[in-house]
Design a protein around this ligand. Structure first.
Ligand SMILES: *[C@@H]1O[C@H](CO)[C@@H](O)[C@H](O)[C@H]1NC(C)=O
Length: 309
């Protein structure tokens, strides 16, 4: 068996490079044709039932508005009931025929079961599950006063999506539906002061890539990687720690529109802003250079003000 590994170690590097040079252009061509086809075949969302977690603000709220404009029915989930009521009312005005709100905490497994049960009880089906609820804490890893304080980030971001998805799967199989997970560009790229947050998003990425294989072809999975988006979650954190909002931020409505378009076209991955995809390619191709530049930028510009001397 060990000889086999030696042979593979020797053969795979040149074979992969030859493969990339010879076949990758054809692969890109086929993808281009499929992409054009997808542009012409946007999913008809009228009357579809969409459950969105973390719908009270940020990307979740704005994705709800995009679905509402297409006449989809919405089940909106978040902890803040008063905020959900406002989002529900706006969604009705934008064109959604029926909106329910289900207040609750995704970190609580009973609540996650309730989100799915109440949606099925009210609408009789579920077409899209959008796992969006998430929190972040902008802090250097060594600056956690107690490391247990990092636990809610994983409980909400990772377990919240995982629990809800578990209860939704039987219904999504019936409807041949779609699961959408809002991860982050930090699922692929490290970001100083977001270590545990990034880890929670990387865990989601691998979970849903595995589920995509397990649940295919009945249930489709779209994984979105938003970059730095100005929301209630990110902006106060950054202003508190860095004294200003990040200059690379993108507006939440632009981001939500891009993600929504990607979902309607049935994309497997959505990177928004698109250019972040190429940063990821650079990281894969030359990780040492990526780390060096990130470290330089962080200590030059980004180091939280309370650490600057
Ligand atoms: C979209 O679906 C709705 C509900 O099933 C249907 O009434 C409508 O005709 C469809 N629209 C198109 C453009 O196919």
């Amino acid at each position: 068996m060990d000889t086999l590994h030696s042979i593979l170690n020797l053969l795979l590097p040149p074979l992969t490079i030859i493969f990339l040079f010879l076949f990758y252009p054809f692969y890109l061509l086929i993808k281009l044709v499929i992409c054009l086809h997808k542009h012409l075949h946007f999913e008809n969302l009228s009357g579809k039932v969409i459950l969105i977690t973390g719908a009270s603000s940020g990307i979740g709220e704005h994705i709800a508005y995009e679905y509402a404009k297409k006449g989809a029915y919405l089940a909106l989930v978040a902890r803040r009931k008063d905020r959900l009521e406002i989002v529900a009312e706006t969604s009705r005005q934008l064109g959604s025929g029926d909106v329910i709100i289900i207040p609750g905490d995704v970190a609580n497994v009973e609540d996650c079961k309730k989100f799915i049960d109440e949606t099925i009880h009210h609408f009789g089906k579920l077409d899209h599950l959008i796992n969006n609820a998430g929190v972040s804490q902008t802090i250097l890893f060594e600056d956690f006063t107690q490391i247990q304080d990092a636990k809610p980030i994983i409980d909400i971001n990772f377990w919240g999506s995982t629990y809800t998805t578990y209860f939704a799967i039987p219904h999504l199989r019936k409807s041949k539906g779609r699961i959408i997970v809002i991860t982050s560009s930090t699922a692929n790229l490290p970001l100083p002061t977001e270590s545990v947050y990034s880890a929670s998003k990387a865990a989601l990425l691998r979970l849903y890539e595995t589920l995509r294989v397990e649940l295919s072809p009945e249930i489709k999975i779209t994984i979105a990687f938003p970059g730095y988006i100005s929301t209630d979650m990110t902006t106060p954190n950054f202003i508190e720690k860095y004294g200003s909002d990040l200059f690379l931020s993108e507006s939440v409505s632009r981001c939500a529109k891009a993600i929504f378009k990607g979902i309607g076209r049935g994309e497997t991955y959505i990177t928004e802003p698109y250019w972040m995809k190429f940063i990821y390619l650079i990281k894969i191709a030359c990780p040492e250079i990526f780390d060096y530049v990130l470290n330089y930028l962080f200590f030059r510009y980004g180091k939280p003000y309370y650490k600057r001397d």
